[in-house]
Design a binder for this molecule. Structure first.
Ligand SMILES: Nc1ncnc2c1ncn2[C@@H]1O[C@H](COP(=O)(O)OP(=O)(O)OP(=O)(O)O)[C@@H](O)[C@H]1O
Ligand SMILES: [Mg+2]
Length: 256
């Protein structure tokens, strides 16, 4: 397996007690897979993503990517956070350039790549602006462009489209889906939007809270028609919705 999450538990200190945010989470992800982590607020989606990306050390268990234990963040594994993570003193283009500088890409090439990815997220005119001058949705698009520009193998995305209007959101869902297929990137994508997960995912990891656990893994690889208005799509969406309502103790893998 490309990404191996084995028996991961995370406990956070809360005053004198501890809160178990994740409990024995085990997950295997293949190279090039698009995985959505889906579940209610507080079920540990961001925590699991941050453990996989090396930002939070697990209290128990291990994460391996390509056979190497994850112990700190790595430029090969780009993360888009729930709160954008832009540097306020840098312009839009300088923010997008950040990872390319770390990778020592030459200046001329950097400019070209930045232009390409800003166009992809529809921000051609904003390159000289600073994050504070942009709307929340525009800031999120800068963060997406910055992560894509590095052309890393793995992309961790924490509700990247949460703040966007419905139309921009659909356009970026189309873009991310296409980019993933073209570049064979492995994407771990947190969302609480069932339709978004059905549109994007090869597999949906459905989580439950208190403590955060994997409740179901729904395999959508055989779902042929992802047109949002198609019968296939609507049936899949309704199935996931009812799975989310079900009480279940064991992790099972469903095929739609
Ligand atoms: N640094 C921390 N210290 C203490 N508790 C934390 C910390 N980070 C998260 N938690 C707790 O762990 C649980 C899981 O949080 P997490 O952010 O992973 O949830 P989430 O599924 O991403 O929720 P949302 O959909 O609201 O973003 C929550 O109950 C949260 O309060
Ligand atoms: Mg979260």
């Amino acid at each position: 397996m490309y990404i191996d999450v084995t028996e991961v538990a995370v406990r956070f200190k809360q005053g004198n007690s501890e809160y178990q945010a994740l409990d024995r989470v085990t997950l295997e992800i293949e190279k090039g897979e698009f995985i959505c982590l889906l579940g209610p607020s507080g079920c540990g989606k961001s925590t699991l993503l941050n453990v996989m990306a090396g930002f939070i050390p697990p209290s128990e268990g291990t994460v391996k990517i390509a056979g190497t234990k994850v112990e700190h963040p790595d430029i090969q594994y780009q993360t888009i956070f729930q709160n954008y993570g832009l540097l306020p003193w840098r312009t839009v283009e300088k923010n997008v350039e950040l990872g390319l500088e770390t990778k020592h890409v030459k200046k001329e090439e950097r400019k070209q790549i930045v232009k390409q990815y800003l166009a992809m997220v529809g921000l051609e005119g904003a390159q000289k602006k600073r994050p504070a001058q942009l709307s929340g949705g525009m800031q999120q698009r800068v963060a997406i462009a910055r992560a894509l520009a590095v052309e890393s193998e793995v992309l961790f995305m924490d509700e990247p489209f949460g703040a966007l209007d419905a139309i921009t959101r659909m356009r970026l869902q189309d873009d991310i889906h296409r980019i993933c297929k073209e570049t064979k990137k492995t994407i771990i994508f947190v969302t609480h939007d069932i339709e978004e997960a059905v549109f994007l995912a090869d597999r949906i990891v459905v989580m439950s809270a208190n403590p955060g656990r994997i409740k179901e893994i729904v395999n959508l690889q055989k779902l042929k028609n992802r047109e949002r208005t198609s019968d296939d799509f609507i049936v899949a969406r309704d199935r996931i919705f009812s799975l989310l309502q079900m009480k279940k103790e064991d992790t099972v893998e469903y095929y739609l």
